[in-house]
Design a protein around this ligand. Structure first.
Ligand SMILES: NC(=O)c1ccc[n+]([C@@H]2O[C@H](COP(=O)([O-])OP(=O)(O)OC[C@H]3O[C@@H](n4cnc5c(N)ncnc54)[C@H](O)[C@@H]3O)[C@@H](O)[C@H]2O)c1
Length: 473
């Protein structure tokens, strides 16, 4: 469904009209239109700073130069010593940030290594870096802060500062969303340094257009890190609810990255499923996720054609909204069985037979499961359950060399949200830092990123893709 208000405010007249009335003018988001590139930041200036005790400059600079970025620094910034010494070790050139008057392109991303912060007074270094730079951030710019996760901080003050950065990032995301820019935080835990490349690529490119205000912990993964580009080539992926909406977009983006798709949907959707699979060259499987034997039927179908599964995306879901006092037991049972029980049942079966070693599972949750919405006691229970399930299963999946993560969409333009009454639909679209709904592609990009073995440092996490929705933030 198209967002007519967004289209209107992007015309000259609409923009003036909306600003005169003080109404939101949603920015046009730059989204990915090609597979993950080897050098997605070729020639793109990014400005890097850090606190004066920062320890992650080396992996950060290595990843950024590998992406082709032009590395800039603000020469007057106090915390440059770790950045300069890491650059010297790697033989990388750092360029002073040009003045606005120079006519040089502005830095597309501001990256700050805050891994050495250990007192409130040192937060001043964060302020000193960003305060003069933030107003120069261009449209669709990126701000990324990288910190130490609390569990690897040595003392109470460092743990406190790790948490303080979360507040900083969430607040700044709300300030810069107006021009389509995003602000996120990567928290590096034990062994996470080696696994930074993929999350940096995700957050610094248009693949994360609708992700802002988020905190993503990255730790050590199993095996050796692999590069994100090309990492899904030949992988076999099951996507449930693949006939339309978010599931179809997930199947498309995974195909774009080279995966082979088994798209599953309810038998009543066999026609649309066939059309979607024909478009992307995928294999359709008309099967109800709630069928008690769903896992063995999937395993048999996939086994015969492809061997086994490398990726499972649990996307099929329904809403049956009513205030609890008016909700029927039938609608309660239906939502619980499709959105939650089916995921547990299918995974349990596939863990016995059907999953390859190293398989990565991605479950689709919802911000409704984080914040809770009136009229959605059934739906919110399932979507919160998905988050808990993801956490609970992480160590088992890791013991098999794989991982399980969840994506929690905000308001996404699909048939599900098109069915909402006008007023809540319009409110739902605007109450986020980017003042618009996301597209199915936005969820699909996050799923593809988490489905990749390059995201080996991410397990048991929930990534919100919600434009920094104001609920449950
Ligand atoms: N659209 C949003 O704003 C939004 C927000 C948060 C979360 N989500 C979640 O994203 C997922 C996809 O949502 P969507 O907006 O694309 O919805 P949608 O209704 O457009 O698509 C859901 C798909 O799941 C399939 N499905 C439903 N029951 C099934 C069953 N028993 N067996 C097999 N397939 C079944 C449907 O046929 C459909 O193709 C859902 O889990 C939903 O809860 C969506």
């Amino acid at each position: 469904m198209s967002d007519r208000y967004l289209e209107f405010t992007q015309s000259g007249f609409g923009k003036t009209f909306a600003s005169l009335l003080g109404l939101p003018t949603p920015p046009r988001l730059r989204r990915a239109d090609a597979p993950w590139a080897e050098r997605p930041l070729e020639g793109v200036p990014v400005l890097i700073g850090g606190d004066s005790r920062a320890t992650l400059a080396e992996p950060l600079l290595a990843a950024l130069s590998g992406m082709g970025a032009v590395l800039r620094i603000a020469p007057e910034h106090a915390g440059l010593a770790p950045i300069k010494s890491a650059a010297a070790k790697r033989g990388l050139t750092l360029i002073g940030n040009p003045s606005e008057a120079s006519g040089e392109p502005r830095s597309q991303a501001l990256i700050f290594d805050a891994s050495g912060l250990s007192s409130p007074a040192q937060m001043r270094e964060v302020f000193d870096f960003f305060q003069p730079l933030v107003r120069g951030l261009p449209a669709n710019g990126r701000i990324l802060v990288v910190s130490r996760a609390a569990d690897v901080c040595e003392d109470v003050a460092s743990k406190t500062m790790s948490a303080a950065l979360r507040g900083f990032v969430r607040a700044l995301g709300k300030e810069i969303g107006k021009n389509g820019s995003t602000c996120n935080l990567i928290e590096v835990g034990k062994g996470g340094e080696a696994w930074l490349d993929a999350p940096l690529r995700f957050f610094l490119t248009p693949h994360s257009a609708y992700v802002s205000g988020q905190v993503l912990p990255v730790t050590g993964g199993s095996g050796k890190p692999v590069a994100l580009p090309g990492s899904l080539g030949g992988k076999v992926a099951l996507v449930t609810g693949a006939a339309r909406g978010i599931g179809a977009a997930i199947a498309e983006v995974l195909t774009r990255e080279g995966a082979r798709i088994v798209g599953m949907d309810h038998p009543s959707q066999e026609g649309p499923l066939g059309e979607t699979m024909a478009r992307i060259g995928g294999h359709g499987l008309a099967l109800d996720v709630t069928a008690p034997d769903a896992a063995s039927r999937i395993a048999n179908e996939v086994g015969a054609r492809f061997g086994g599964l490398d990726i499972v995306v649990h996307n099929a879901g329904v809403t049956r909204d009513k205030m609890l006092r008016n909700m029927s037991a039938q609608h309660w049972d239906m939502v619980l069985s499709i959105n939650l029980a089916a995921i547990l049942n299918i995974n349990e079966g596939l863990l016995q037979k059907g999953l390859n070693d190293g398989a990565r599972v991605v479950c689709i949750s919802s911000i409704g499961g984080i914040a809770g919405n009136a009229g959605q006691t059934n739906y919110a229970s399932t979507k919160a359950g998905v988050i808990g399930y993801t956490e609970a299963m992480a160590s088992l999946m890791a013991s098999r060399g794989g991982a399980i993560n969840a994506v929690a969409p905000g308001f996404i333009e699909t048939q599900m949200t098109a069915q909402m009454p006008l007023a809540p639909r319009e409110v739902g679209r605007r109450i986020n830092s980017l003042s618009q709904g996301g597209l199915p592609q936005d969820i699909a990009e996050a799923v593809a990123f988490l489905a990749s073995p390059a995201s080996g440092g991410i397990n048991g996490r929930t990534l919100r893709v919600c434009g920094q929705n104001w609920f449950g933030a």
